[in-house]
Design a protein around this ligand. Structure first.
Ligand code: CAA
Length: 491
């Protein structure tokens, strides 16, 4: 018979724990929220209060409903109060020693029928379960930040999880209005395994000065259609959590793309943890960041020469905006339309300092590529030119994949590898990324939309440039392209 979960304990009322407590209370369950000290308990209570107040101010809840929801949560500093709970979910910091100590205590305190769940982002559920006398009743129940909003719950079973428990927890997730995806116990599960590699790579591009923080954020939001840029998202997740997840991924994968970018460690050490501490990559307390659109406007361009595929259309748009068509040898600015590095075009020009690359992404974004020879004045002028055309400029260095493809393609490749390893199905991976991160499409939907061979070729170029082993096209992707398959979902 399926388990009936009525009373749920939540241990740890930080951003995630408080959000999880709110989700259970909204679904009508009684919640016991536990925090170590009075101050943290008050912060947790404040989180739930603010979140539900916001729903009232947006007209999503009435004041009476809010009071009912908050009233379902009992706040306590005593773990012993969890003795009679049907389910206890842990949401404390990502440190294995803390988790083990907590589960040992919970095992002692809770009745024999209590299911113990962890909201760990990446640590081994099996290792946590092994500290208890009931490993069969220990499971992962992984929510996404902000928990009241994101629709996914990863249900993580281990090799010793009792039959039927994962199904019961998945049914509970549905009762909470979430969509469960059930998977086995591997570092990062589905979402963090795919997400953190991408976020870490964005931090690496920043460190290598391929583009600025705001330009990378803008490129991924407007160019790839993601709800947030990578640095805004790292700040939301918390840089300490992100660093820990990368560490754990690296321990399992030994893949350099998971080794936390040094800038992450530096910010964490400085106490800049993201939104929760008021500052991370972005500042949430001080002056608002300078918007990319405030780039100084300074132009003295009369003529423009455009080369490459799509040159005629762009030349016409520029002509309509009042710029003369020039030739490569006499134009004030020479634009090479290209999805690959452009320095070789510059090398053949009489005035290579006048050449910039331009790569249109997603309709609105123009990646503007400065080569080692481009003069700063021409780069600025090109920036203004694309703004005149109504595009959002993303200045970047002349590297394979520029910004968007360099971040998107390895993520798609990782998804293919994950599927090919047998860990999760195409449908589950697509669902997990759409509902866990608010992506407009899952990786396989995106792969089909871009085209398998385009992505495969882009990965080859990225691998040739960065020599990261995991950027080499996944064998399955390579085989599908060779076989002439055009849709990985439809094959
Ligand atoms: N708590 C509660 N509700 C919140 C919230 C919060 N912190 N932030 C936003 N919301 C609610 C708003 O009240 C609003 O609700 P309604 O539509 O019912 O009015 C809704 O979310 C949309 O909010 P906004 O209009 O203010 O902002 P937005 O449209 O820009 O959306 C966002 C904000 C939902 C955070 C969106 O940007 C998004 O989906 N971002 C991606 C987040 C993501 O990837 N999360 C997963 C991170 S990985 C993780 O968590 C796992 C891990 O282990 C590390």
């Amino acid at each position: 018979m399926a388990r009936a979960f009525k009373t749920v304990g939540v241990v740890g009322l930080g951003t995630m724990g408080a959000g999880i407590a709110e989700v259970f209370a909204r679904a009508g369950l009684s919640v016991i929220g536990v925090e170590v000290d009075a101050e943290a308990l008050e912060r947790g209570r404040g989180h739930i209060r603010r979140s539900t107040d916001r729903a009232v101010s947006r007209g999503k809840l009435t004041a009476a409903e809010r009071d009912e929801i908050v009233g379902r949560v009992t706040f306590t500093g005593a773990l012993d109060d969890l003795g009679g709970a049907d389910l206890v979910i842990e949401a404390i910091p990502e440190v294995m020693d803390y988790k083990r100590a907590l589960f040992t205590d919970l095992d002692r305190i809770c009745g024999p029928g209590t299911v113990l769940a962890t909201n760990t982002s990446s640590l081994s559920v099996t290792a946590i379960a092994a500290t208890t006398s009931r490993p069969g009743q220990v499971i992962g129940m992984h929510f996404f930040n902000p928990a009241p909003v994101m629709k996914l719950v990863e249900v993580v079973h281990t090799v010793v999880t009792e039959d039927g428990l994962a199904d019961d927890v998945a049914a509970l997730a549905r009762r909470l209005g979430k969509t469960p995806v059930t998977v086995g116990d591997r570092a990062g599960f589905v979402v963090n395994r795919l997400l953190l590699g991408y976020l870490n790579h964005a931090a690496t591009l920043l460190e290598r000065r391929v583009a600025s923080r705001d330009d990378i954020d803008t490129a991924m939001k407007l160019g790839a259609g993601l709800p947030m840029g990578p640095f805004a998202l790292l700040d939301l997740i918390g840089l300490d959590t992100s660093h820990e997840v990368c560490e754990v991924l690296f321990q399992e994968s030994r893949d350099r793309v998971h080794a936390p970018a040094p800038i992450l460690r530096e910010l964490v050490t400085a106490g800049l943890l993201g939104r929760k501490s008021g500052r991370g990559f972005h500042d949430y307390e001080g002056a608002p960041a300078r918007a990319a659109s405030e780039f100084p406007v300074k132009m003295g361009v009369a003529s423009v020469c455009v080369m490459g595929e799509g040159a005629e259309e762009l030349s016409s748009r520029l002509a309509a905006a009042g710029f003369k068509r020039g030739e490569a040898h006499d134009a004030d600015v020479v634009i090479a339309l290209s999805s690959t590095p452009v320095v070789e075009h510059a090398a053949g020009l009489p005035r290579p300092e006048r050449l910039v690359g331009l790569h249109l992404v997603g309709g609105d974004v123009a990646e503007l590529v400065s080569t080692a020879l481009t003069s700063p004045e021409v780069a600025l002028a090109a920036h203004d030119l694309v703004k005149v055309l109504g595009l959002t400029p993303v200045p970047c260095a002349d590297r394979a994949g520029f910004v968007v493809d360099a971040l998107l393609y390895p993520y798609l490749n990782d998804a293919v590898r994950m599927y090919d390893s047998g860990y999760a199905s195409i449908e589950d991976i697509d669902t997990a990324m759409r509902l866990g991160c608010g992506y407009p499409a899952g990786p396989f939907e995106t792969l089909d939309a871009i085209g398998l061979s385009t992505v495969r070729d882009g990965l080859r170029a990225l691998y040739a440039e960065y020599r990261e082993p995991s950027f080499a096209p996944a064998p399955l992707l390579d085989r599908l392209v060779t076989a002439g398959v055009t849709s990985i979902r439809g094959r």
